[in-house]
Design a protein around this ligand. Structure first.
Ligand code: NAD
Length: 321
């Protein structure tokens, strides 16, 4: 892997991936991003590096995408409408981006025999009742009237297209399902819970919990994720699906309490039902914990950071920036 394309490379995970690939010694990186949720500032001091080319465009609007992909040997496809708040605010647009842009990227990868890694999501498991969600867990997403599931459905379509093209011998895809990734550069404004709580806490504002706070999540450090993304490309894990996440669970109420404690905040915790916030087209999984045996066995790498480390680090970053 010497020359790499990263769609969505100005976003939260994409920026970390760009940095890690530069350290890895990649010769050339093409970042394609429409800056809908990403920001050039994320890549600021990296853009002067001659190894990086930046194209600001929606993938769907690029005419010569097959030519553009010609000189590269791997593609990380991260561009998508992301985040519950963003999805609910941009329903049809994010749904179509996730399907049409992905299809276009896969066609360009096919035309240039470029292996591609797709970032899918734990959302594809819906509200599956298994205690731990392995890659084979049956999905249980809600009815189409519950529009939050459009994100999950669009990512499932992406997986189906990629795996069908693989079965037909046309594309070499790797699919990863990411579980609640966090890190210093994640924005709060698209509904991501950790930056939202931390920003409220350091400003001594009320911390708003959606629901009763008993729902639990497992959070994973963004740098661990990009280590996996690079390793999977090295291992040429084509046609495979991997959960990437942590098994350590925390309830959302405990998370709010931990953030208040770690930031010495005077914030109060308040609760609002999901219906009050998102209307009645909303459903939310009670737990979300990945089975990660497969990724550990394949790569030999374990997630390295616990929730306390992650929260302290993000608080420090937000307090100093
Ligand atoms: N952060 C998480 O916890 C998480 C969890 C599961 C899956 N994922 C997946 O990981 C990927 C990266 O997510 P992130 O957290 O970095 O989000 P992000 O919003 O920070 O990154 C997405 C990037 O894609 C860009 N983009 C969106 N639509 C585009 C389009 N049509 N053309 C070109 N660029 C476009 C945005 O401007 C942004 O920079 C996404 O595919 C997301 O679905 C993330």
């Amino acid at each position: 892997m010497k020359k790499v394309i990263i769609t969505g490379g100005a976003g939260f995970i994409g920026t970390s991936l760009v940095k890690a690939l530069i350290e890895y010694g990649i010769e050339k990186i093409l970042v394609i991003d429409d800056l809908s949720t990403g920001s050039k500032a994320n890549l600021d001091n990296l853009l002067s590096d001659k190894k990086i080319e930046f194209i600001e465009s929606r993938i769907e609007d690029i005419d010569n995408i097959n030519d553009l992909f010609k000189d590269y040997d791997f593609c990380y496809h991260l561009a998508a409408g992301v985040g519950v708040q963003y999805i609910m605010d941009n329903l049809s647009e994010s749904l179509l981006t996730n399907i049409l842009a992905t299809h276009k990227v896969l066609e360009a990868c096919q035309a240039n025999s470029l292996p591609v890694l797709l970032t899918s999501t734990s959302e594809v498991y819906g509200v599956a009742e298994d205690k731990v969600w392995t890659e084979e867990t049956k999905s249980l997403i809600g009815p189409t009237t519950k529009l939050r599931w459009s994100y999950a459905a669009s990512k499932m379509i992406d997986e189906f297209i990629a795996l069908s093209l693989f079965k037909e011998g046309k594309v070499s895809p790797i699919v990863v399902r990411l579980f609640n990734i966090i890190g210093p550069n994640q924005l709060s404004k698209y509904g991501m819970v950790v930056p939202r709580f931390i920003e409220a806490a350091i400003n001594d504002e009320d911390i708003l919990i959606h629901g009763d706070g008993s729902q639990s999540r497992s959070f994973t450090w963004v740098e661990d994720v990009v280590t996996y993304l690079i390793k999977l490309a090295e291992l040429k894990a084509y046609g495979e699906i991997f959960n990437i996440g942590q098994t350590e669970e925390i309830s959302i109420k405990e998370l709010a309490e931990l953030i208040i404690e770690k930031s010495n905040s005077n914030s109060n915790i308040i609760f609002k039902s999901h219906e009050e916030i998102f209307g009645n087209s909303f459903e939310d999984p009670k737990r979300r914990t990945p089975g990660i045996e497969k990724i550990i066995e394949f790569t030999g790498i374990k997630p390295s950071k616990n929730i306390e480390f992650m929260i302290e680090n993000i608080i420090n970053h937000k307090q100093n920036n």
